[in-house]
Design a protein around this ligand. Structure first.
Ligand SMILES: [Zn+2]
Ligand SMILES: [Zn+2]
Length: 183
């Protein structure tokens, strides 16, 4: 059922990229089709840093929720982050961060506000991913002080969220659906 990884260019255009992922202990395996397979966006928020980012940031990809297949669902846990509203209160994030209850690996984020999408963590993906032509570093306002952010010519920096969606970034770089030759 999984033939070639990577591009399947049926329509001369942007076929999604098939991704396979797993947790560290191997009890959870998953696959999905990504429209945004390039790991360019690093998030330095405290949720990513603490739940998914050993180097102080985490990277999410964009995939189609209806293509997600999971083995070992019974080992999944879901974390919904508590977010300080800055006003003494706290709200519960609508984002459902899925992880393995056996080993703690962060696997993907699903948010019912965007039910057609799922965001796998690049760290959980076993399929080779393309190297991004540009990196975007976001939520640097929440970055831990020990994290050193790359400052190269192809690094962009922002304290908050980027204006551009995962999809728009991939489109701008002609990498949407992985049709570019690098993928
Ligand atoms: Zn595991
Ligand atoms: Zn984050």
């Amino acid at each position: 059922m999984h033939r070639n990884r990577g591009i399947e260019d049926d329509d001369g255009g942007s076929a999604p990229v098939k991704l396979e992922g797993s947790c560290h202990c191997g009890q959870v395996r998953f696959r999905c089709e990504a429209y945004a397979p390039v790991p360019f966006l690093r998030c330095y928020c405290s949720i990513c840093r603490k739940t998914a980012g050993g180097s102080g940031s985490a990277i999410n990809l964009g995939a189609h929720a209806d293509t997600l297949e999971v083995e070992g669902r019974e080992h999944l846990g879901v974390y919904r982050a508590r977010i300080d509203d800055g006003d003494g209160g706290c709200r519960i994030s609508s984002g459902q961060r899925h992880f393995c209850t056996g080993c703690g690996s962060a696997l993907w984020l699903f948010d019912p506000q965007w039910p057609e999408l799922v965001h796998p963590h690049a760290s959980a993906i076993d399929t080779p991913l393309p190297s991004p032509p540009e990196r975007v570093h976001m939520l640097l306002g929440s970055k831990a002080n020990w994290v050193q952010v790359p400052q190269g010519r192809h690094d962009r920096h922002m304290d908050g969220f980027p204006d551009e969606s995962l999809e728009d970034w991939h489109r701008r770089h002609d990498l949407l659906g992985g049709r570019d030759g690098n993928v």
